[in-house]
Design a protein around this ligand. Structure first.
Ligand code: G1P
Length: 266
């Protein structure tokens, strides 16, 4: 429930899904389930108070988070890895393609990554991952892809994936960032996936198997060059707050002029 300016980071992620046309959201949660459920629900006492005070602006914000999407929740219970978390969604998803959005990764709303991934999924009838170039020294933090070019500049065919390789073992510097469109064929593959990197059941390993054997149409990658913030990283989290605030009409101009002053003095 980490805030970015004045909304929890997770709300940006849900808004991103909704903006891409996805209105049914299943949250795979841990112990913070109650705070999440409350955030995306009505708060009758607060709404009545704001109504009485005639504070329409705040009232709209409160009602907006409750009406954003059809929210569902399931607890992961045992933290056995991202692959295990995705498997918890099987009953809800059934036999359809679905998107996975990792709550730590924020994609700037001006950069329409998820919509592009959905387009490529519809075109190829395959799973799609989001890829971003990273410094070679960073490969041990990500799933890293082996790719081949396609006729589209921003789309590659993924021929292999490895979770968190050391720089000397990384097949490229194209890292998987926290957005996926998955074919339902991923579920039986995940069920058969043994624990991998860090002793966890890795989504990367299941996708590697799907890319090699072209299961569910194989795997494609959309190469993203826009703005992404990892709120799990302290420096990136601060950058996210500054970038989001700087782009807002109500805060941007004053913040930028303060920042210029601040930089001049430091
Ligand atoms: C997870 C995935 C990894 C991916 C990353 C993106 O790792 O396992 O493949 O590159 O998210 O943020 P985590 O950050 O949970 O360790």
């Amino acid at each position: 429930m980490l805030p970015v300016v004045d909304k929890p980071a997770i709300q940006y992620v849900v808004e991103e899904a909704v903006n891409a046309g996805l209105h049914d959201v299943l949250m795979i949660t841990g112990r913070n389930k109650n705070a999440l459920e409350n955030h995306f629900d009505h708060v009758p006492e607060l709404e009545a108070l704001l109504e009485r005070k005639g504070d329409q602006a705040r009232l709209q914000e409160v009602v907006r988070s409750a009406n954003l999407a059809n929210m569902h929740y399931v607890r992961q219970r045992d933290p056995l890895g991202l692959g295990h978390a995705v498997l918890r969604a099987q009953m809800h998803v059934g036999n359809e393609a679905f998107a996975v959005l990792l709550g730590d990764d924020l994609i700037d709303e001006r950069d329409a990554l998820l919509s592009r991934m959905i387009q490529i999924h519809d075109l190829r009838q395959a799973s799609v991952v989001a890829l971003m170039e990273v410094e070679p020294s960073q490969t041990h933090l990500y799933g890293i892809a082996t790719v081949e070019a396609t006729e589209l500049d921003d789309v590659v065919k993924v021929t292999g994936l490895v979770e968190k390789p050391a720089p000397e073992n990384a097949p490229s510097n194209l890292a998987v960032i926290g957005r996926y469109i998955l074919q339902p064929e991923v579920f039986p593959i995940l069920e058969a996936t043994e624990p991998g990197s860090g002793g966890e059941i890795q989504l990367t390993d299941a996708l590697n198997a799907m890319s090699a054997a072209e299961v569910g149409g194989g795997v494609f990658g959309v190469v993203f060059t826009g703005r992404r913030y990892d709120t799990g990283d302290r420096l990136d989290y601060l950058k996210a707050i500054v970038q989001v605030a700087a782009s807002r009409e109500d805060l941007g101009p004053e913040l930028l002029s303060w920042l210029k002053d601040f930089l001049a003095k430091n």
